[in-house]
Design a protein around this ligand. Structure first.
Ligand code: FES
Ligand code: FES
Length: 163
């Protein structure tokens, strides 16, 4: 099989890239797009560090073939902030000390963002469920859950256009 050109939108920017057969989306994002915030952790779907949104759905980019991203709208942690303003989740992760080494953080935030996008006022159980595929080996989960709930409260106080 030959390489082929694949077009998609990454954080609002059009991309057209030559993709080899079998190339994983996580590798294309990191190595060809420079979106290094997306982590390549286990590479097997077990840690959630590589979570990105594909057409607004959180996906493990280590399990997605890049060629299947044709025509898709992809959002990574680099696109979470707007106009140089951090997303409420990013602010809350800092405020709640929900990150230490930071390896899991981008995936956590993208998984949490997908939750808040569909459920702006989640119960604690919904946060736990939404993050159940994301592993953190150093912070512990309580500050992370607290950060997501704090971000939801922060977003509720913002005008709709800013959220
Ligand atoms: S790197 Fe994709 S789930 Fe671990
Ligand atoms: S902050 Fe280190 S793995 Fe989560």
């Amino acid at each position: 099989m030959r390489s082929s050109f694949v077009s998609f939108t990454l954080n609002g920017e059009e991309k057209e890239l030559l993709i080899a057969p079998g190339q994983r989306l996580v590798d294309v994002l990191r190595e060809q797009c420079g979106a290094m915030g997306t982590r390549n952790g286990c590479g097997q779907g077990g840690c959630g560090a590589c979570t990105v949104h594909v057409d607004a759905v959180p996906m493990l980019s280590c399990l997605v073939l890049a060629e299947l991203a044709e025509g898709c709208d992809i959002l990574t942690i680099e696109g979470a902030a707007r106009d140089r303003t951090l997303h409420a989740l990013q602010e809350a992760f800092v405020a709640e000390a929900a990150t230490q080494c930071g390896f899991c953080t981008a995936g956590m935030i993208m998984a949490a963002k997908a939750l808040l996008d569909r459920d702006p006022a989640p119960q604690r159980e919904a946060v736990v469920e939404a993050l159940s595929g994301n592993v953190c080996r150093c912070t512990g989960y309580e500050p992370i859950i607290a950060a997501v709930l704090a971000a939801a409260a922060m977003l509720a106080r913002l005008p709709a256009a800013a959220a």
